[in-house]
Design a protein around this ligand. Structure first.
Ligand code: HEM
Ligand code: NAG
Ligand code: NAG
Ligand code: NAG
Length: 516
């Protein structure tokens, strides 16, 4: 199902859902009474609540944050209250809470109904995130050449540029196609990472999870098993993935079982690492295929949206292109294309961190459900009873001028300047390292989340994004279709994506360096 159909369908469904609104909204005494309400408080204001569900989300959260920048407030969702958490202390405590107190899975289940989409085993046991945190991250250096080769190949394939012609493409679409290939080079290797049917399925599965999961999420728990199958094509995606990826996994399983886990010639990719960690019923072809699909879900759209935002920023601020291009060319000339070279691209690291700061995937993130019987209490006494849904005001925190000077402004090299000052005044061998690299989470910088569930794929994502950006800067000229105006983000509920209709044009650069 494409996202437009989903949007139309879901708007209709939302109305229907209002008919089954939770009692909470009509009951004047509620366990969350101590937490202030921002925006509509339910039935009496259909219109405001409806707007909040469609496009009013970011504004309501900003309004709440302006009133309660250090504490909590709550907004009405169709079937429950959502508590929004702010302030460095609260954010730290929130991120550090254990899964059996503030549940990541519970929060996910509520926003995108994961169980309906990926199935129960995957939702309950997330061992693959340990594989990403461990083996995948340890092997980034070893896999750099493959990733870089795939980036080059993917851009050639997706842009299909001849000579010095210009070609106009929908940015997000094109970048998603590139990212899907590059991620899958690391996940499933050649030749499958170039198989169009497999790639389309990986992309579609992620859309199933996000779009249909959100639509299902509008419905009360008891209706989900009926609504689920109507709005998701996940069975089809899984069937196709099983057909294409199944045989690869079957062969690897057979080899591991007969030749031992370190058989000669074992490929160094995610399937191998996953098999090292999988036990019991997780060592079945179907479950392993679902793991790969779920990892793609976490990896593809997050990375392609981040990259698209970065490109849009460069399109509206073209004066940033030259310094970034100069840096990339100089570093690669000195170091060659290596993972270490990326560490020397200080301006690029700063620019990408700044892009992520300004363009989040929604006004809130880090959804959690309070699952501890006796609830969750912040150190200042604020109390969230069992069953409460909560999240963090990421976008407002990122725009708070007490954390970032001129917070509303894209100051691409602000972290590069900070880093320079820092290195000038700190002992090189000292314990306290500079903590504003692109991959560093902080209570005022939350694109990767923070604490217990901080994104385990961030080192890979950063490596990929930097290599892609360096590649694009060095290899291509690019221009917006409409100069000077940043394409408007698309807002739906509490999620925000870069404009998927906005196009840019690419052309091969003329005077390419001999060593590229
Ligand atoms: C720019 C790209 C990415 C962004 C912005 C991003 C963002 C995030 C965020 C915010 C979370 C934490 C959510 C929370 O606390 O509620 C997260 C978790 C996660 N991410 Fe990423 N991510 C990116 C790329 C990736 C990649 C490339 C992978 C896989 C290779 C990945 C795998 C995961 C997994 C498995 C989790 C769940 C961790 C857990 O269960 O503890 N992510 N990501
Ligand atoms: C309202 O909620 C409280 C606490 O959840 C409950 O004790 C009370 O009976 C409810 N009142 C009505 C009128 O439903
Ligand atoms: C994808 O792989 C399958 C199975 O190996 C193959 O039959 C199919 O032709 C491939 N499709 C493309 C577009 O390469
Ligand atoms: C999808 O697959 C599951 C499990 O195999 C099955 O129970 C369900 O009925 C299928 N749904 C649809 C819509 O085919």
């Amino acid at each position: 199902m494409n996202s437009l159909t989903s949007l139309v369908l879901s708007s209709g469904l939302v109305l229907l859902v209002f008919a089954s609104i939770d009692k909470a909204f009509t009951n004047t005494s509620h366990p969350l009474d101590a937490i202030p309400i921002v925006g509509s408080s339910g039935l009496r204001s259909y219109w405001e609540a409806f707007k909040l569900l469609l496009t009013g989300g970011p504004a309501v959260i900003r309004r709440g944050y302006d009133l309660y920048p250090e504490g909590c407030f709550r907004i009405a969702r169709p079937t429950h209250w959502l508590v929004i958490v702010s302030g460095p202390k609260h954010v730290k405590e929130f991120g550090d809470a254990q899964e059996h107190v503030l549940s990541f899975r519970g929060g996910m289940e509520n926003t995108i109904a994961v169980t309906q989409v990926v199935g129960r085993t995957i939702a309950e046991d997330t061992y693959h995130q340990l594989t990403i945190r461990g083996s995948l991250t340890k092997n980034l250096q070893a896999c750099f050449d493959g990733v870089r080769e795939e980036i080059e190949f993917a851009f050639d394939e997706v842009l299909k540029l001849q000579g010095t012609e210009w070609k106009t493409l929908k940015t997000l679409n094109a970048m998603t196609a590139v990212v899907a290939r590059v991620n899958n080079r690391l996940l499933v290797g050649l030749p499958l990472c170039r198989n169009k049917t497999y790639l389309d399925t990986s992309i579609q599965f992620a859309i199933d999870v996000i779009v249909s999961g959100q639509i299902i999420g509008f419905f009360p728990q008891y209706m989900r098993p009926f609504v689920g199958p109507l709005v998701t094509s996940r069975n089809k995606s899984i069937a196709t993935a099983l057909q294409l990826l199944g045989p690869v996994i079957e062969e690897r399983l057979a080899k591991a079982d007969t030749l031992g886990s370190n058989w000669p010639g074992k490929p160094n990719d995610f399937i191998s690492w996953l098999l090292d960690d999988a036990v019991g019923e997780e060592r079945t072809v179907r479950n392993l295929v679902l793991r790969v699909l779920s990892t793609n879900f976490a990896a593809i759209h997050t990375t392609s949206m981040t990259f698209t935002h970065a490109i849009f920023d460069l399109m509206t601020r073209p004066e940033l292109i030259q310094p970034l291009r100069d840096e990339a060319e100089r570093v690669f000339e000195e170091e060659g294309w290596t993972k270490n070279a990326l560490n020397k691209m200080i301006k690029m690291d700063s620019f990408l961190r700044e892009t992520q700061r300004l363009h989040t995937m929604g006004p809130v993130n880090m959804f959690r459900k309070v699952v501890a019987k006796d609830g969750f209490r912040f150190s200042d006494g604020t109390f969230l009873p069992e069953g409460t849904f909560a999240c963090i005001a990421i976008d407002s925190i990122h725009h708070d001028t007490s954390f970032h000077q001129n917070a509303a402004e894209l100051d691409a090299f602000r972290f590069a300047r900070e880093r320079e000052e820092y290195t000038a005044t700190h002992d090189r061998d000292g314990q306290d390292m500079f903590k504003r690299h692109m991959v560093n989470a902080a209570t005022d910088h939350l694109p990767w989340g923070i604490g217990k569930h901080v994104c385990p794929g961030r080192f890979f994502a950063a490596m990929e994004l930097k290599t892609m950006l360096a590649h694009v800067l060095i290899k291509y000229d690019f221009e917006p279709q409409v100069p000077g105006v940043r394409p408007k983000d698309i807002v739906f509920g509490l999620s925000v994506t870069p404009n998927m209709f906005a196009k840019i044009r690419f052309r091969k650069r003329a005077n390419l360096w001999a060593w590229v």
